[in-house]
Unconditional design. Structure first.
Length: 240
């Protein structure tokens, strides 16, 4: 996600423009090299929270197949929520790879900045059972990965935090009547998957416009009622 915009005209419309580092259309056929390791415990309890701000990954619908990306791959949060297909690179370490095993993980946080430029730390990448791509004793293994379309249950969810004149919208699986304009107003990334507006939006119903890097646009119209309160989350049927 590189930029975000909002549009107001009686009803506020918040538009968020996603532009991940890797374009899905291009990366779908391109396998890239990286290294992967296991973290978070077998139940993924150690992966909760993280640099994307998703909080409880179980209740947010991400499950245990999540990953921490190195600084280069995380790209200041632009990779948040992105899905990657991973397989062990049997060309380099055939003794540690489980033949024919692939797994799809979701980026939910960043790894330590001291890690290799392309490191994927995931629960399901190297796991003590047979659902992983590599043998558990391998530790750190070379892998191949590519960006893929996410498959999730339900639609996007928007959680609003902050206070008056500071709305922080977390996007996961976006009084007085406030601003009354007929144009898109830019939003800025605060951190991870959180986008901020410094406008007074209290008392307005909110709709969200999402545009992916491949040009796909999704709308979540009137998903937030005018009596919304800070700390609430609102589910939609929209998927990106």
């Amino acid at each position: 996600m590189d930029s975000a915009y909002l549009f107001t005209s009686a009803v506020l419309i918040v538009g968020l423009y996603f532009s991940p580092k890797f374009h899905v259309a291009d990366a779908a056929h391109t396998w890239l090299s990286a290294h992967a390791t296991f973290y978070g415990g077998s139940d993924a309890s150690g992966t909760m929270g993280g640099a994307c701000g998703y909080g409880n990954l179980y209740t947010d619908g991400y499950g245990t197949n999540t990953a921490a990306l190195s600084t280069a791959l995380f790209n200041d949060g632009k990779a948040c929520g992105g899905c990657y297909q991973i397989t062990c690179d049997a060309r380099q370490v055939p003794q540690w790879c489980l033949k024919g095993k692939y797994i799809t993980i979701t980026a939910t946080t960043s790894a330590l900045p001291t890690m290799h430029s392309r490191v994927i730390m995931g629960v399901g990448v190297i796991h003590p059972d047979n659902t992983s791509t590599s043998k558990y004793r391998a530790g750190i293994v070379p892998v191949l990965y590519r960006r893929v379309t996410c498959r999730r249950k339900g639609g996007m969810r928007f959680t609003i935090n902050g206070r008056n004149y500071f709305e922080l919208v977390l996007i996961s699986n976006g009084m007085d009547k406030g601003i009354q304009t007929n144009k898109w107003e830019s939003m800025s990334r605060n951190w991870g998957a959180n986008w901020q507006s410094l406008s007074y939006l209290n008392g307005q119903s909110l709709s969200f416009r999402i545009q992916a890097s491949n040009g796909r646009i999704r709308y979540a119209l009137n998903v937030v009622p005018s009596n919304w309160q800070f700390g609430q989350s609102f589910k939609t049927n929209a998927q990106i």
